[in-house]
Structures are given as C-alpha cells and as structure tokens.
Design a protein. Structure first.
Length: 416
C-alpha cells in the first residue's frame, strides 16, 4: 500500500511557511502517515478565530485523520485547541522543530498536549532547510523570537526570547543554496535586527550581512525581510551604501507616526527617528524603496495622532504599506487601553491604504523607461531589485536575473 503523506496548512507569516517546510521533512523522516497538520498564527484575535475555522474545515474534509495543531496560537492558547473535539494533538513552537516529536506522533506515543515554556528555549539553530521558496528565491531563517514587549503584540509569548543562528551556519546554508542554483536569498526572522545579541562577542545584524556578501561571492542578490530601523547598525548602513548585491528595498516595522502613540505602543523609536533613517538610507542609496507596517486606530489614537501616521507615508517616502486595522489581542496591555470606535478604525485604515496606493502609482510611473534587473519567478513574472512585480509577454527562464527595459504598467505591476 502507498503511504498517505500528511497534509499541511499554514496560516500567518513567512517564518511559519518556512517552518512548515521543515516540519514536512521531519514528518516524512519519522514516517508519519495520514495526519493533517495546521500551523497557526496568533498575531490578532481574528488570526486565532481563523485557525479554529481551518481546523474544523480540514477535519470535515479528512474524516478520521489525526488533526495536529501547532504554531503561535497553539503555543499561547494550547487549552483552547485541546478542547476542540476535532483535535488529536497540540504541539508547541519549540517542539514542532524537534525530530523526536514527530517520531512520537508517528508511533502514536505522543501526549495530547506537548507545549513547554517557550521562554526557556535557548537553542539557536532550528531545523535548517535548503530551498524553501520558489526556484528563484530561497528564504533563510537567521533568528527567532523577540526580547521586546510592544503593548499590542502577543508574538513573544508564541515565539519566546530572541535566539540567533550562528553566522557560520547561515553562510554554509547560503553557500549550498547558491551551489543549487538560487540567485536570491532572503534573510528572515521575527526581529532580524536583534540578531547576534545572544552570540559570543555580540555581533550585529550588519556584520552578518557583510559576512555573507564577502564569503559567498557567487550570491547575486541578498534581500532583507523586515527590520526595526532604530536598531540598524553601522555595518548595515555601510552595506546599504556599498553593496550592490544587497537589494535596495527595506521593509520597516514603524507601526505609527505619532510620538505619543509610539510611546503607548512601547516602541523604541519616535517619528523623527524614522524620518532620519529613511533620509540617510536614501542619501546612501538613491532610489531605495521602503515598505512599512502601520497600525490604524491604536487605542487612544485621536484624529490628529492618526494624521501624523498618514503624513509619515510622504515624509519617509514609503512605497509598500502593510496596513493593520487595530484589533485588541487578549493578554496584551493595549487590549486594556481605551479603544477607538471600530468605524473610525476602518475609515483610517482605508485612508492609509489610499495613501499607499498613491505612493505605489508614483513608484511605478518612475520606473517606465528604466532598465531593471528582473529575477524571474515564473515564465512570465519577475521582480525588480525594488521587489516590484514585472509582467512579460513571452516566456523567460525561471530563476534567471535578466536586464529588462520597463515599457509600461498594468495595475500594480510593471510591464517589460
């Protein structure tokens, strides 16, 4: 009889998707058959609700299959998922990356709830996988967890404290990826700019970036996922200025543009810090683009405070916005603060998205006529150095970086 391979469902962030690929490998090696694994997210109350919904849906579609729930929501609220009649096992975020967990599940010897104290986890390198992503771009996890306690965020309680993957391990993995034909690597983590604080000598994230570019000369493109601009070090600024292989696109964890709201969020920067960082990065690397996370309607946010966030789009020259309408996450300090009316939150999020759409229009218009290096993700779609999508009218080799003249635009894509 053929083996029935486990089914996996991933909710939430890119790091979760990376870890799902690692779990597939661990489950296969352990010989787990016929199970359904849901890797959950806990970033908002809505994300937890969607996790429960997904569990019920997959249970209906796979009658009799063991249902294994893991991820941040399972780590934070194991009893909630253990109480669901559909659920067979609840596995914590640290446990899901251990081979013995999957061996126990395959043998039917695992306890129903296997969730330990994530804050006690100190190991740095999880289960490393080569080649998660497309055939063109690979993601490499270099860090996990977070030492900060922003008042709106539950994620440290799902991920634990910050742990770094040693630079040598990262470099070796990227070297293997380049040898396998990957032309772009993306460094990913929960709080990337905290990388190195727990390693001997306390190296900084910029040191890791410079080391990768120096020791893997065959890597054409290195990309950074999301950073906290207030933690950016001198080495990273030097890499932005001098290293053309470091892609000129940074996604910033800004969250708000009003100083009082930033303080109530327990962020470590003020609006002036964000503006100064983007100005300096643009001076060092003309043409660099920025994405940013911004929350609309954080507790106590007045219209004037919101206007400060809205103006940040122009003042920082932001292009790609991730707009989050605030929703209270039980267990966080912000959930106990005076809440903004839901209709006002929705309306503010809409205005932020409109500002983001205008910024994208301006960016796309400026690209027409330029020659861009486009990494092909599929036969007819690739991305520029600035992470802008480009549509082509004829098939091109996937995974190759091609110099293409931008001829026009199509919605939020360029054409070449």
């Amino acid at each position: 009889m053929d083996r029935v391979t486990p089914k996996f469902s991933t909710l939430g962030c890119r790091l979760n998707a990376y870890e799902t690929e690692a779990m597939k490998d661990l489950a296969t090696r352990a010989g787990l058959e016929g199970a359904v694994v849901i890797n959950t997210c806990a970033v908002t109350a809505e994300a937890v609700r969607k996790a429960s919904q997904e569990i019920r849906r997959l249970s209906r579609e796979n009658p009799g299959a063991p249902i294994i729930v893991t991820g941040c929501a399972a780590q934070i609220e194991p009893e909630r998922f253990a109480a669901m009649p559909e659920v067979t096992s609840v596995i914590g975020n640290a446990e899901k990356m251990r081979p013995e967990t999957w061996i126990g599940l395959a043998r039917g010897e695992s306890e129903p709830v296997k969730v330990d104290d994530i804050m006690a986890v100190e190991e740095t390198a999880g289960h490393l996988i080569d080649g998660f992503g497309t055939r063109s771009r690979a993601y490499v996890q270099v860090q996990n967890g977070c030492d900060h306690r922003c008042t709106f965020c539950i994620i440290p309680y799902g991920r634990g404290n910050s742990r770094s993957v040693p630079a040598g391990v990262v470099v070796e993995q990227i070297r293997r990826l380049v040898e396998s034909g990957y032309n772009e690597v993306v460094l990913t983590g929960v709080d990337l700019t905290s990388w190195g604080a727990d390693l001997p000598g306390q190296p900084r994230f910029g040191d890791l970036v410079m080391r990768i570019l120096k020791l893997v000369p065959g890597l054409p493109r290195l990309r950074i996922s999301s950073i906290d601009s207030i933690e950016v070090d001198e080495s990273l600024m030097r890499a932005i200025a001098e290293e053309e292989r470091l892609m000129p696109h940074l996604h910033l964890s800004l969250q708000a543009g009003d100083d009082m709201i930033l303080k109530r969020m327990k962020r470590r920067h003020l609006r002036g810090d964000a503006i100064r960082f983007t100005e300096e990065a643009r001076r060092l690397r003309p043409g660099i683009t920025f994405g940013a996370d911004i929350i609309a309607g954080f507790p106590t946010e007045t219209e004037a405070m919101f206007e400060n966030s809205l103006r940040l789009v122009e003042e920082c020259g932001l292009t790609w916005l991730h707009v989050f309408p605030y929703s209270p996450r039980p267990g966080t300090p912000a959930a106990r603060m005076p809440q903004v009316d839901g209709r006002a939150i929705k309306e503010r999020a809409k205005r932020l998205r409109a500002a983001g759409a205008t910024a994208v229009e301006r960016h796309l218009g400026a690209q027409v006529g330029e020659v861009r290096q486009v990494l092909m993700e599929s036969p007819r779609m690739g991305r520029t150095e600035h992470f802008t999508e480009v549509a082509l009218g004829a098939d091109q080799p996937v995974g190759q970086v091609l110099p293409l003249r931008i001829t026009g635009r199509q919605g939020q894509r360029l054409t070449a």
